[in-house]
Design a protein around this ligand. Structure first.
Ligand code: ASP
Length: 425
């Protein structure tokens, strides 16, 4: 089966660093035509790209007439200390992150339940979660299953042998004899690296305390790129506002570092004083050609942002911190977004949103606003995590040829509000 036209086109836009509008005019077609070629196969408005257009795109990439430095195709690779493991976004260059996104694009028809594959048939994933999780655990499990593998889960310390005093080394070595890959979430920073050093099977960090959450950052960047391309923006030069608990929020630690691989960004870091972004991350951002502003003023911080990335206050990690300044004024809601954000500002959040009284997290009154990208973000978790597994287990080149039609029917929009955003993605 040939590579899908959507994958070819998205790969070309990424490598040429072009928005859809610019790319459409570069290849001499209307934006509307390009949009229809990018729609998933089977959707009523999708159209086949004429062969000649495909040949022209390939020629443009070969000749790289724009002098694009990203037009060289890089093979996807994920390695930590010489092993196939994913512990930190520090393992990525801009090119290798985008090579992973190309694999994620290949996975889209499977994630959308139009196709199936069995490339991981017989493989077993051990999902070891020693901290609360819904999304990450289920989406890693679902991603592995959609590649044809099977999943064994354990959740919580209480029901694990760690409660009996077992070491990380022993646990990791034991599970390595049972499973072909390990996804680990643990409350201590650096602990997942310990799991990784005790085994030769692929280990993925699904959150190590306040440290990192690399797969979340990859799916966030993938989401930002896809959304930006549609609305005429590129990551270089964009303005990202990160809001909330920047001290303990591991998702913003990983995302900030990943975004720093791009050029000329403006980071506005909005938090109560006691929950500011750790210095080591601010220093890393400052080493690039980025502008960094830190503020406690939510309204000023959001103004002019292309992306507002909200986070939950990580109360479970608090020692003695007070959260002075985290008042109801700190809530991102419809009134604030209407007052200070543009018509295509993206509102993102790694989830969960804390909906309890006094939590002041991202408000639910934004649920019908198409700028709210949180469920597009969670949906993107599947193809991105499938890509991570496929690369770590060395099957990424087999997926395309292995795809078959799914036998069951699933709805065009999986959520009741999804049609608010008409899916021209
Ligand atoms: N789900 C994310 C994490 O595990 C964000 C959060 O819990 O607030 O880090």
């Amino acid at each position: 089966m040939a590579v899908q036209q959507q994958t070819v086109l998205r790969d070309a836009m990424r490598r040429l660093n072009m928005t859809r509008d610019v790319f459409a005019s570069r290849i001499g077609v209307t934006r509307r035509a390009l949009d229809t070629w990018l729609l998933p196969d089977g959707s009523p408005e999708s159209r086949a790209m004429p062969e000649i257009a495909g040949r022209y795109v390939a020629e443009i990439l070969e000749r790289a007439p724009d002098g694009g430095e990203y037009t060289q195709r890089v093979q996807p690779a994920i390695a930590f200390e010489g092993r196939s493991q994913l512990l930190s976004v520090d393992q990525f260059s801009r090119d290798s992150a985008e090579a992973l996104f190309r694999v994620a694009d290949v996975m889209q028809p499977i994630a959308r339940r139009q196709k199936i594959t069995r490339v991981l048939e017989g493989a077993v994933l051990a999902n070891l979660f020693f901290e609360a999780s819904t999304r990450t655990r289920v989406s890693f499990g679902a991603a592995f299953c959609r590649l044809g593998g099977s999943v064994c889960d354990t959740t919580g310390f209480t029901f694990s042998s760690m409660a009996k005093g077992e070491s990380i080394y022993d646990t990791s070595r034991v599970i390595s004899g049972y499973a072909d890959a390990l996804v680990v979430r643990h409350p201590e920073q650096g602990s997942v690296a310990e799991f990784a050093r005790a085994t030769n099977i692929p280990v993925i960090n699904a959150g190590d305390g306040p440290g990192e959450h690399p797969s979340q950052a990859l799916l966030d960047l993938y989401t930002i790129q896809r959304e930006f391309s549609r609305i005429g923006k590129i990551v270089d030069g964009s303005h990202i506002a990160m809001v909330g608990d920047l001290k303990y929020g591991r998702t913003v630690h990983s995302l900030a570092k990943l975004l720093s691989l791009y050029r000329g960004l403006k980071f506005t870091l909005v938090s109560p004083r006691s929950l500011e972004m750790p210095d080591y991350i601010v220093e890393k951002l400052a080493r690039g050609d980025h502008v960094i502003e830190q503020t406690t003023d939510l309204r000023a911080g959001l103004t002019g942002a292309d992306v507002v990335y909200a986070t939950r206050i990580q109360k479970e990690r608090f020692a003695n911190e007070s959260i002075e300044g985290y008042t109801p004024d700190f809530q991102i809601n419809q009134a604030l977004v209407n007052a200070v954000c543009g018509p295509d500002t993206l509102i993102m959040h790694p989830l969960p949103r804390d909906g309890r009284p006094g939590a002041n997290d991202l408000a639910t009154d934004l649920n019908h606003d198409s700028r709210l990208a949180i469920f597009r973000q969670t949906d993107n978790g599947i193809p991105v995590r499938m890509a991570i597994f496929a690369i770590l287990l060395g099957v990424e080149h087999q997926v395309q040829h292995s795809m078959r039609d799914a036998a069951w029917r699933s709805p065009a929009y999986v959520g009741p509000d999804d049609a608010v955003f008409h899916g021209i993605d």
